[in-house]
Design a binder for this molecule. Structure first.
Ligand code: SAH
Length: 247
């Protein structure tokens, strides 16, 4: 095996949602650097590897990004096959892009392996189709959390007509609600809040834009959770489907 760093998505939690390619990388790994949203059950595929936990949960103890970069570089330069295992997809709010660039800049071979991102999994597990003919022509994935001063273009999000999937939104529900209402989104726009998507403890709370903050509070919504905001979010296993005007 060549020294290489695999940046691998472990999916949203359900170990059966791991890709075959992720399993192959895990089987070949000498070292696995594990993010904290990774279900430890997936580690059954790499009993031979050294495991290093490098969690980065917002608000909790975390490993500085620079340290993670240098750790990957050190192991790769020792000729080890390194797997950096991340929750969901490595390139959806997962820093996969910046880690790949940083390592390639230093001459390290990098391979990215898709994982199923939490937004897709959460919606599908609640029977919410993120796109639906006649109802939603697209999906926009956004994070409510930034480490800089940038802000989202709320007007574009409110007027865009796509289903919005919001990551890292639990602590920002008030702001999301207010910004979307101010930007003109309908007060009754359906919202689904999905906690622990794909895991046995998955919970879902259905609401709408005006009530989402209060409903999340009574539901005691906790991270990790994703929000699905859009007309498709009224569709549920038991619910009557929307009338599809132009289907
Ligand atoms: N790379 C990951 C996202 C990392 S950002 C992915 O593609 O899924 C972390 C955020 O992802 C959490 O704050 C939450 O919004 C979401 N998330 C991750 N796992 C989740 C899960 N099992 N259920 C619901 N949301 C989840």
């Amino acid at each position: 095996m060549n020294a290489k760093v695999w940046l691998v998505g472990a999916g949203p939690g359900d170990p059966e949602l791991l890709t075959l390619k992720a399993v192959r990388a895990l089987r070949e790994a000498d070292v696995v650097l594990i993010d904290d949203l990774v279900n430890p059950a997936v580690l059954e595929h790499c009993p031979q590897a050294r495991m290093v936990t490098v969690g980065k949960r917002g608000g909790c103890r975390s490993t500085p990004q620079d340290f993670i970069h240098r750790l990957m570089l050190r192991y790769a330069r020792q000729g080890k096959c390194v797997v950096r295992l991340k929750g969901g997809d490595p390139c959806i709010f997962g820093r996969g892009g910046e880690e790949a660039l940083w390592l390639r800049d230093r001459g390290i071979e990098v391979e990215l392996v898709n994982g199923i991102t939490a937004g897709l999994s959460g919606a599908t597990n609640c029977d919410i189709p993120l796109t639906l003919r006649g109802i939603s022509r697209g999906v926009t994935l956004v994070t409510a959390h930034t480490q800089d001063d940038s802000s989202l273009n709320w007007r574009a999000l409110a007027e865009g007509g796509t289903t919005l999937v919001v990551y890292m939104g639990v602590a920002k529900l008030g702001e999301i609600r207010q910004q979307l209402l101010e930007a003109g989104m309908a007060t009754d726009m359906p919202v689904a809040m999905i906690e622990n998507a794909s895991l046995p403890e998955q919970r879902e709370c259905r609401s709408d834009l005006s009530r989402m903050e209060d409903d999340a509070r009574s539901f005691a919504l906790k991270s990790p959770a994703i929000l699905v905001i859009g007309r498709v979010a009224t569709i549920a296993k038991a619910a009557k489907p929307l009338a599809m005007e132009s289907a």
